[in-house]
Design a protein around this ligand. Sequence first.
Ligand code: CAA
Length: 388
Amino acid sequence: MTIGIDKIGFATARYQLSMADLASARNTDPNKYSIGLMLDRLSIAPITEDIVTLGAAAAEKILTDEDKATIDMVIVASESSIDQSKAAAVFVHGLLGIQPFARSIEMKEACYSATAGLNYAKLYVSANPQSKVLVIASDIAKYGIKTSGEPTQGAGALAMLVTAQPRIIAFNDDNIAQTRDVMDFWRPNYSVTPFVQGMFSTKQYLDSLKTVWTEYQKRQNLSLEDFAAFCFHIPYPKLANKGLNKLMDKTLDDKVRAQLQEHFDSSIHYSRQVGNIYTGSLYLSFLSLLENAQSLQAGDRIGFFSYGSGAVSEIFSGNLVDGFKNMLGDSQQKELDQRKLISVPEYEMMFFEEADLDQDGNASFIDYDTHTFVLDSIVEHQRRYKRR
Ligand code: CAA
């Protein structure tokens, strides 16, 4: 039995910030962002768009009524949670109208947790072949105004349906993970933005890649020649590009090198315009590859490098399934272009707005544009969502 991703969908916020505008406001050379980080635009989420609305919107794009009647587990992976206790997956389950006899949980380990979610889904389906598991990677990356991480913010969610006999990609049982206890990026409960040791975090990312890749090659007896493409966690595309270069040693055949680079360029196409979406960014790179690469074929092996600060990393692979192109919807480009361009002052006001709760825990919001669902109000400390 093969198990993997049967459907994949993406949703992002309805507002965007141009990196050139941000560079000008921060007295920075725009090339630092466009060439140095390889970023052109960022998605900006208003207060009424959160990991629940984005995650539900991404799932709503791909699920049929039959899927909703069959899904028996909903996993939301996130590091920008909206509640310390109640799982975002429970809200998502309700908004989507998924049948009641389902398990709904939230998972966390920085940008790594969606990979853990996919693993759990794979194990669950291997024991229950009729099951469908909805895995959602949803995050809003906020570093704060004028911080070094500010140009690498973003917002978005990926929804993936994991089933037996998948129609997009079948996972191989070749996962190699690594845990190392480091403080490169973390967010204590009392802080709305993370603490980051920026340069140290990039070193951890690249060194984790190197060590896990070495172990992966040793245990799986595979080399880069066996892969048609490699998808990376993308905090910003330039770091992932450095990651690819780390894998491609001098002995690599020129043709293989050119194909890997071409596919890599396709895989960063959306991230360049969305920014960092933490745990979803690896899977946005996969979707971007699927929708923008010209020469992918059924049977191609795709590698995945997942990295979550703290730090947990993992390399695994899957093979594209016959007919995978038929499972792709419209390109994401149209929606990305339709986002409303906002000025830097508008972004500063919108992105960092906090709920103005009264003494009874009630708050209402401006009617910002959101995707399919909206955080409508807070009533006695309870978040109230609705379909737009
Ligand atoms: N023209 C072209 N390029 C320019 C330039 C110009 N005028 N000015 C600078 N650059 C280049 C620099 O040479 C550099 O490129 P290289 O890395 O190839 O040398 C690049 O632009 C970045 O510039 P700096 O080195 O000056 O770095 P910075 O001050 O912009 O900070 C950062 C970079 C530390 C990564 C910062 O963006 C940050 O803190 N980001 C958040 C943390 C992060 O993303 N870490 C990644 C690993 S952790 C992880 O993966 C988990 C996660 O998602 C958070």
